[in-house]
Design a protein around this ligand. Sequence first.
Ligand code: AMP
Length: 506
Amino acid sequence: MNHLFDIIAAKIVDPEKIFLQTPDGLSISYRQMLSASARYAHALTALGVEAGDRVALQMEKSPAYIFIYLAALRTGAIFLPLNTAYTPHEVSYFLSDARPKILICDPARRDALAGAAAGADVRIVTHGHGQDGELFDLAFASRPEFKNVPCGPGDVAAILYTSGTTGRSKGAMLSHGNLAANSLTLVDCWKFTAQDVLIHALPVYHTHGLFVATHCVLFSGASMIFHAKFDATKTLDAMREKREGFLRGTVLMGVPTFYTRLLAEPGLTREACASMRLFVSGSAPLLADTHRAWRERTGHAILERYGMTETNMNTSNPYDGERLAGTVGPALPGVELRVTDPETGAELPRGEIGMIEVRGPNVFKGYWLMPEKTASEFRPDGFFITGDLGQIDANRYVRIVGRGKDLIISGGLNIYPKEIETEIDSLPGVVESAVVGLPDADFGEAVAAIVVREKGAAIDEAQIRAALSEKLARFKWPKTIAFVDELPRNAMGKVQKNVLRKRYGG
Ligand code: AMP
């Protein structure tokens, strides 16, 4: 048996059903998915890939990406997706760390990556965006059936490098069992069925697009509309699609930026969402304002959830029941979550802010080749120290306050950026803000607030200072307030506080 792939295969309700459709109408049935992944599994085997070998790829999003992922599972190999934004210099680190058997890349990138691959003694195999490249040719000369290599729940299915902004990026090892357990839970909690059509516009090198989104489809025998990248107009079109032979969305999964961009579309109305049953957000905090505005415009409460590469999903607002803006909901079934004192590890009473720790079948096996690092991030009783600060309220809803490393310590006092951001964000004329600590000779760190104003809004520094002075203790008042048109964000919608610290700290 092959733990993950067997579950996926067992969920297929009708082999002729569409598994994936592109916006231009290319449809791939479950039967075709099975045969394409079998062909790619043969191709990987022909290239010498064996169980436990890493298969790295840096490729643009396309249906083949998913087939190669499934093929890697079927061969018992370990899938290693790399962010398409990584430079050859960065790729060379991942290759020398993970030592994959092959690196799959676009033919146009072969020359640029040749040095990185040669340096790590890794063979490059090309695959284009469509039906081209060496891997494609090998696959389509192969048979459409494949005898899956046996894999148990404890075997590693994928290594995803964390997007770590400090220190070296670490390879999180996710087992067949981790991925299966979390996917089954999500399908159940979010009520996915074979009738669903997911609008998939997320990148597939990240846990959100590859596991949360794609697995919810595969684990329920549903369909997906597969966008190469997010485009607000095209996403809206997928919600309103009425053409014969084209799928119409029922669920959207996105990062908060998707929702703010969609809100800027005049076509986003209740009628436009008539076929939609669920909107899910995660990977970065969703502003309470966005949640409210979405509800007013569409009648839907966005369901916010919280997870990370290492743990898959940990919490979710309820499907039935109150989806509370500014919270990520209670722990998912089977996931234990607690808040502890970051220094001592002692569990804190309800409501207090501290380190979020999680334990459950969703939590990864450890960091690739980093046993000491792994050991230092787990408590002796098996809880993983997430690095996120948060609190649990009386109804067990979790609120994320921010990453521990973004905590500001000024004059020896702890300052949670989120508290100041929330106050600034609530002021009229403010879209959003980011609060960071900058080096300060007197206080160790000083608070700096970077603010995005609404177009044409006149709110100024003095007004922000006046408003904060009424709400917050003096030691939390920003020393610096700067205005920008837009906060720097990565592809997953996370505000890059390290960029702000560098920009304003110098
Ligand atoms: P990644 O490993 O790239 O998925 O990043 C995981 C991190 O994203 C978490 O540790 C959190 O800091 C953050 N994150 C994910 N979902 C949320 C959310 N709903 N609200 C706030 N932060 C989130």
